[in-house]
Design a protein around this ligand. Structure first.
Ligand SMILES: [Zn+2]
Length: 492
């Protein structure tokens, strides 16, 4: 036991109250100091190994005050096991991507508010988004570590290496400790299958490798009845599925084998995502994917088909909700019978109108993936605190929208968005459809843009506004995610 007079609580340090950990006579906490947020620890000399910072003797123990950097995050994960990501299994879950690295405290609070009924992923970013924001798998992981530590969350969380496309992506994310790997074979999906005639399909099938030839699948002529969903693999149906997804599945299988080998016994979960295609994944195609992945020896915890309707960034579902629900019902039945595995809803942020249907049809066997919406809540926070900075960002976003929207599903139009000079209520701009998408897809440009002198134009002020107003940002996130999580937190 540490004598009371040498406890962190008795030192003149302001700590984040939920961060305080007492373990084996040692203490750790996150402190607010004049120099910014710092790790403070009161530990035995032997524990200091791995940490860095200023040290002083304090009642027989060592007081460490150190930076919230990667080295200290790693040392903290070694000392406090719950700061390491783990597996979510088949629990109803949500991925809470954080493009700026300051959102985890708000995410933790939102998860806490639904009584831990949803398993969270706090570290999640695609390689594409990391590139756009100048982050790495390790910085994303470390930022989540600090957020989990600050809020004292000990109930477990996952870490999603999202939309991985190459074995190299897998390696860098394994190295950083990720536990959930989303494999995206989208580049290998052959969209010619969508419009090809049966004759063309017969020609195209010749280019598939032997192991993916229709006769190898064992599916030709088979009829499935899955909870009343009937799928018949006649030649046309099977060939279309095989050409559209066959090579993509070979890619998934080789990524999976690489992952198994590179993980060297470490446990992990894998998601397969084919959500980023123009045409929906039909039930027959989903069934083909699941049957073939099984035949290829792949194991997965969740799958993201491309559903009907439009899943645009930052806004509600666009399409007929009843049609979505009946489409989803078929996908959910397949996922139950062929797995069970979870259905994953990508670009899931702000799709409030379909959440009840998603929960109803999957019975909780569902993963909701969000990312950009936390960035928009950061902007909402800034809009209320510093309208000048926010208006500059909005003008810049409007200028960059046309170039930045290229790789995203959005339909916002500049001519429908409020003109920067005409806005009077800045926080309310975050609720306007076009402005919301314009702000959503320009995050990378906003965060990395430099002035003529080489300094970052917005990033410094952007981050400072949030780090000096952590409560405001956390409150906005908790409120916004409350709307996302409530429909998934109870089975009616
Ligand atoms: Zn996705």
């Amino acid at each position: 036991m540490i004598p009371a007079h040498s406890s962190l609580a008795y030192l003149n340090i302001e700590i984040f109250p939920r961060s305080l950990v007492e373990k084996d006579g040692e203490e750790y906490a996150l402190a607010k100091t004049s120099a910014g947020t710092r790790l403070v620890a009161l530990v035995k000399p032997a524990t200091l190994t791995g940490f860095e910072g200023e040290t002083s003797e304090q009642g027989g123990n060592i007081l460490l005050i150190g930076p919230c950097d990667s080295k200290n995050a790693a040392a903290l994960r070694t000392q406090l096991g719950w700061l390491n990501p783990g597996l979510l299994n088949l629990r109803t879950s949500t991925g809470m991507g954080d493009r700026i690295g300051l959102a985890t405290p708000g995410h933790v609070r939102a998860i806490r508010a639904v009584g831990g009924k949803i398993a969270p992923i706090f570290a999640q970013q695609s390689i594409r988004e990391m590139t756009r924001t100048g982050r790495t798998p390790q910085t994303v992981m470390d930022d989540a570590t600090w957020g989990v530590f600050q809020e004292g969350w000990r109930e477990g969380f996952g870490a999603d290496a999202d939309h991985l496309k190459t074995p190299g992506d897998i390696d860098s994310c394994l190295e950083a400790g990720y536990t959930f790997f989303t494999i995206d074979p989208g580049a290998h999906v052959d969209v010619r299958a969508e419009t090809a005639s049966l004759d063309t399909l017969r020609e195209l099938v010749g280019s598939l490798p032997v192991e993916m030839q229709p006769r190898a699948t064992g599916l030709l002529g088979r009829d499935f009845d899955i909870e009343g969903l009937r799928v018949s693999f006649n030649e046309a149906v099977l060939l279309k599925a095989a050409i559209k997804y066959g090579i993509a599945l070979v890619h998934v299988a080789s990524m999976y084998q690489h992952l198994v080998k590179a993980a060297a016994g470490r446990s992990f979960e894998m998601e397969v995502s084919v959500d980023e295609t123009d045409q929906p994944t039909t039930h027959a195609e989903h069934l083909y994917i699941a049957c073939e992945l099984k035949r290829l020896g792949v194991r997965w915890i969740s799958l993201a088909p491309r559903y009907v309707g439009r899943f645009e960034k930052g806004v509600d579902y666009i399409g007929d909700i009843a049609t979505f629900e009946s489409d989803l019902a078929g996908h959910a039945a397949i996922a139950r019978q062929l797995g069970p595995y979870k259905l994953s809803l990508h670009s899931g942020s702000d799709k409030f109108s379909i959440y009840p249907a998603a929960m109803r049809q999957t019975n909780g066997l569902v993963h909701l993936k969000t990312a950009g919406t936390s960035y928009l809540e950061a902007l909402r926070t800034i809009a209320a605190l510093d309208a000048g900075l926010f208006s500059e960002i909005y003008s810049f976003a409007c200028q960059n929208y046309t170039a930045d929207k290229a790789s995203y599903h959005v339909s916002a139009r500049l001519d429908r968005a409020p003109r920067p000079g005409a806005v009077t209520d800045w926080p309310a701009l975050l609720d306007q459809f076009d402005a919301r998408q314009i702000l959503h897809v320009t995050f990378g440009s906003v965060l990395t843009c430099k002035t003529a002198s080489g300094r970052k134009r917005f990033a410094g002020r952007f981050m400072a506004a949030l780090t000096t107003n952590t409560e405001a940002y956390a409150l906005n996130l908790e409120k916004h995610f409350g709307r996302h999580l409530k429909p998934f937190s109870s089975l009616e």
